[in-house]
Every structure is written in C-alpha cells, then in structure tokens.
Write a protein that binds this ligand. Structure first.
Ligand code: M6R
Length: 364
C-alpha cells in the first residue's frame, strides 16, 4: 500500500535512499572501496563497441551510462532509443555487446532490440528491475536494480537505481581496462556510497522544491538545461513534468540554447537548470545569464558554491549537497522528479496513473 503517503509516486520518491543503498551495496564493497560485478556475458577489455538501448526514462539512464562508460572505460558507446535502434539497420561489430535498461523488463521495443541484437551475434547484458521478466530471462546476463516494485507510472526510484548500476559497471569496466587506477576506483566508490545519505538530504529540501513547483505550475512551457551527464537528467526532468503535470517541457544541453531554444525565452518560461559547481559550472552559468538577460525566469538546482553566483540573477535556487561530477546525475535526478510530483499535485492530475500512459508498454 501507500502507507502514509498520498500517492505511490510520493512513497517511491521517499524510497530513494534505501533503494540506492541496497542497489549500490550489491555491486560495491564499502570495506575495500571497490566494485565487484557479477560475471558478465562479454569481456569489457575486448569489446570494441557497446550499444545502449532502452525507452523513456530507462533510455535517459542509459545516456548517462554512455557518458560514464566512455569517460571511465574509454569504450565507444552508441546510445539510441529502442524504437529507432530496431529499425535503423545499425552496423554492429563482431564481438560487440549491448546493454539494455528496463524497469519492467517487458517493454516491447526494448525486447525487439534484444532479439535483433542476439540474432546479430551481440552479447546482451540487461539492467533490469524485475528478475523474472522476459528481458532478464532472455538476455545473456542481467544485473538487477534492487528498487522493489514501482507502482507509479512515472519512474522514480527505478531510474536512480539504473543509474547506480550503470555507475558501477563504468567503474568496473574502467578497472578491467586499466583506464582508471585503483585509487580512482576507491574515490569513485566512496562518492557513490555517499549518495544514499545525500539523497536523504535532497528529500529534506522538499519545502523549497514545492515553492518552486508553485511557480512552475503556472507555466505553459518549461525548459530544463544541463551539461554533460546532467543533460540526460534535464531531459528526465522534462519527461517527468510532461508525463504527470501535462505541462510542455523540453530538456536541452545548455550549450545548445543559442542554437534555437533561446528564441522561446520570455518572462513566462521557467528555465530550470542543473548547475552544480565544478568544471562546467561557469559555462552553464553564462548560458543562464544570457537567458536571464532576455527576461527568462531562472531556477536552479546547485550546491552551496554554485548558489553564491547564481543567486545574483536566479529567481529560485535550491541548494543540494556538494558532490563531484561523477555522482551529480544520480543526485540531481531526485529533485527534478520531486518537482514534477509537486507540480502535478498542484494541478490536480492523476499522479500515479496519468492519462494515456501505461506503466509497461508491451505493444509497439
Ligand atoms: O519498463 P521500462 O523501464 O522498459 O519502461 C520504459 C519507459 O516506458 C518508462 O521509463 C517511461 O518512460 C516512464 N513512464 C518514465 O517515467
């Protein structure tokens, strides 16, 4: 049941710390600060190229996975939505492998991609939440997210658990290939192990996020901006908002603003940015300043350091715990989901069962 929560989605949002802890400790050893992956169906040292494919939020998790795997393990990764992948006749290398991501393990397009990949000689690893699902059974190997049942149609805890698994895979691949050192592994592992506690801190910012939601609920269009591994999280924020509040939203790479979307900016369009301090901060902050100069209403998720600068021109700033750029996408997924939740509640929509949507899309 929903316990004391109003909606399954709210309950599931509050399960983030536990689910992240359970999922991470499955693949990380806190004592030795190292990754221990189950036996994989392919050798990350030999694989020439990886294909990541999935649908919806699971695909967005896969896109973050692409950033991590390319950066830490230096394996070229191709990421595409399953409904495109299955029809675009992709050339697949001999000895290649694929990672599928799915909460249900029953999504029709992702299953079709699985069948195509296997027929083309690719080894398939699935990151899946339902252990007895078709995808878990038919893949060459499965790594499980330990999110428990997710009832709300909008994915929340399953999404962050997918990120947690993909982060562990990226570290494991990097170690196997020698592209990261033992010391790097230990630092990255330690950063991930702090995520459950940080997630709890994010949930404590609920009041501020609700205040932001009150503004966002009045808008017709919303832009979400992020860079690097936060770009897919910007798209996740936009997807979640569309799904449950029916407000039109788009997620953009912050650097793409001046190539089109900046034309939309006026005082009616909230620009929600994922902008923690770190190497890309100045660049994103300057994109935001450009939007502010055109009357845009800037709202930001950042940390204490970022807030010092953003407060001079942002209408609302929510301060999250300061984490490194590696774990930032996991942490930032939570407030954008919470924001969508509060906007939907304010708008009075059916949060757990939004119109026209099914939890698991088992037909094409
Ligand atoms: O069960 P799956 O993870 O394969 O589902 C994929 C998408 O249908 C799913 O993530 C969808 O986009 C969610 N409603 C997002 O909140």
């Amino acid at each position: 049941g929903k316990g004391n929560y109003r909606h399954f989605m709210e309950k599931e949002l509050h399960e983030h710390p536990v689910v992240l802890g359970d999922t991470l400790t499955q693949y990380l050893d806190p004592m030795s600060r190292s990754v221990s992956l189950p036996k994989l169906p392919f050798d990350p040292v030999k694989v020439p190229r990886l294909t990541i494919t999935a649908c919806g939020s699971a695909f967005l998790a896969g896109q973050v996975g692409r950033y991590w795997i390319e950066k830490l393990a230096r394996i070229p990764v191709d990421a595409d939505v399953a409904s495109e992948f299955r029809y675009r006749e992709p050339p697949l290398p001999e000895g290649g492998a694929a990672i599928l991501v799915s909460q249900s393990g029953e999504t029709a397009d992702t299953m079709a991609a699985l069948h195509l990949l296997r027929a083309r000689g690719q080894k398939v690893l699935s990151v899946v939440n339902v252990p007895e699902s078709s995808m878990a059974r038919e893949s060459d190997g499965a790594v499980l997210t330990v999110a428990g049942p997710e009832i709300g149609v909008a994915s929340t805890k399953a999404f962050t658990a997918q990120l947690a698994v993909l982060a562990c895979l990226a570290i494991g691949f990097g170690r196997a290939r020698g592209t990261i050192s033992v010391e790097d592994e230990s630092k990255l592992t330690a950063a991930l192990l702090e995520i459950p506690g940080n997630a709890a801190a994010v949930l404590d910012s609920d009041e501020e996020i609700r205040a932001m939601a009150a503004e966002v609920a009045k808008a017709r269009d919303v832009l979400f901006l992020g860079r690097g591994s936060l770009f897919p999280i910007a798209m996740e924020g936009a997807l979640k908002l569309k799904e449950i509040s029916y407000i039109h939203a788009e997620g953009y790479a912050a650097g793409e603003m001046k190539h089109g979307p900046i034309a939309l900016i006026d005082s009616a369009v909230p620009v929600i940015s994922l902008c923690p301090s770190g190497p890309m901060f100045e660049k994103t902050a300057s994109n935001l300043q450009e939007a502010a100069a055109r009357g845009g209403r800037i709202m930001a998720f950042t940390d204490d350091l970022g807030a010092m600068k953003l407060r001079s021109f942002a209408e609302r700033v929510v301060v999250l715990p300061r984490v490194g750029s590696f774990s930032a996408p996991i942490l930032h997924a939570i407030p954008v989901q919470l924001l969508a939740y509060h906007v939907a509640v304010l708008k009075g929509t059916d949060v757990d069962q939004p119109r026209n949507l099914a939890k698991s899309v088992t037909v094409e």
